[in-house]
Design a protein around this ligand. Structure first.
Ligand code: PDD
Length: 284
């Protein structure tokens, strides 16, 4: 089936979809993005993703490319055209195309691009994955979902070369910030679910927020605080979360086996609850 992309007001064949060479996304990574999971035809946590898109745009002083309602219509239009019921939609907004100058252009219209992919998400969520750790070399506004992802590209490549699914980034004090494209979680030896608090240090994952709501609704003990790499090595369970990995158990961090090296009960429980949430069943 022919696949379309959406570029600045038009649906165009994916193979020929393009933006200008002087687009600021291309030249300066001056743009933001969102990845929204599509499950059984539903856009999971759509409002949360659009809220975060608005936050990233506002903080960078990039205008919305169109109204939020129109954006929703375009998303649905593209999914329908491409026949996507399970997969993802990628949305990117840049400050627009203008002659190269670091300063904001006086009159550029934001560029809006959307693409979709049909795929089975969270393929490893039942079996688990390995992560390795790397220093966090990113800038200090990781709360913004910008397309400036070079540190993450290098990190994910290193993970792949070391036989791992993800790399957990570690700050200068020895605390885990997050994965290159996911949030990091542990279940401590004494039974607390721990993840780093939202702030400038990490991207406040939409999946992360849904898991925290699930944990609260289920009366689980959770703590939003930084955790050290040593604490992670000693954890009973560990997970990554994102729109594309849901809640995926981590069985090994570097050369340390986590728990008994198999997916644990809390991971399974959170995954099941998240899948129910993604299908529109139950709380939040
Ligand atoms: N990544 N942290 C980082 C650095 C991320 O890039 C992502 C998402 C997350 C999880 O956020 P969410 O739960 O909203 O997906 C955390 C997306 C999936 C990506 O870049 O492909």
């Amino acid at each position: 089936m022919a696949r379309d992309a959406y570029v600045n007001g038009r649906y165009v064949p994916h193979a020929r979809a393009a933006v200008h060479v002087e687009d600021r996304g291309f030249q300066f990574a001056d743009g933001v993005y969102e990845v929204v999971c599509v499950r059984q035809g539903r856009l999971v946590d759509e409002d949360g993703h659009l809220d975060r898109l608005g936050y990233s745009l506002r903080e960078l002083r990039i205008a919305w490319p169109c109204g939020r309602r129109v954006l929703r219509l375009i998303m649905r239009g593209l999914l329908q055209r491409n026949g996507v019921r399970d997969g993802l939609i990628y949305i990117q907004v840049t400050r627009g195309a203008a002659p190269r100058d670091f300063r904001f252009p006086a009159a550029a219209r934001p560029t809006l691009v959307m693409t979709t992919r049909r795929l089975t998400l969270a393929a490893n969520a039942r079996t688990g994955v390995r992560v390795v750790t790397i220093p966090d070399i990113r800038w200090k506004r990781r709360d913004l979902k910008t397309v400036g992802l070079l540190a993450q590209v290098l990190g994910k490549q290193e993970a792949a070369e070391r036989g791992a699914f993800e790399a957990w980034q570690v700050d200068g004090d020895g605390f885990v910030t997050e994965g290159t494209s996911s949030n990091a979680w542990i279940l401590t030896a004494d039974g607390a679910l721990v993840t780093r608090p939202a702030g400038h240090d990490i991207l406040n994952g939409i999946t992360r927020q849904s898991i925290l709501k699930i944990a609260a609704a289920e009366g689980l003990r959770f703590e939003e605080r930084p955790f050290s790499l040593e604490e992670a090595y000693a954890a009973r369970e560990a997970f990554v979360s994102s729109a594309t990995s849901f809640v995926t158990p981590v069985l090994r961090i570097d050369d340390r086996i986590i728990g008994d090296g198999t997916p644990g009960p809390l991971g399974r429980r959170l995954l099941d609850a998240y899948l129910a949430h993604a299908s529109g069943i139950g709380a939040s």
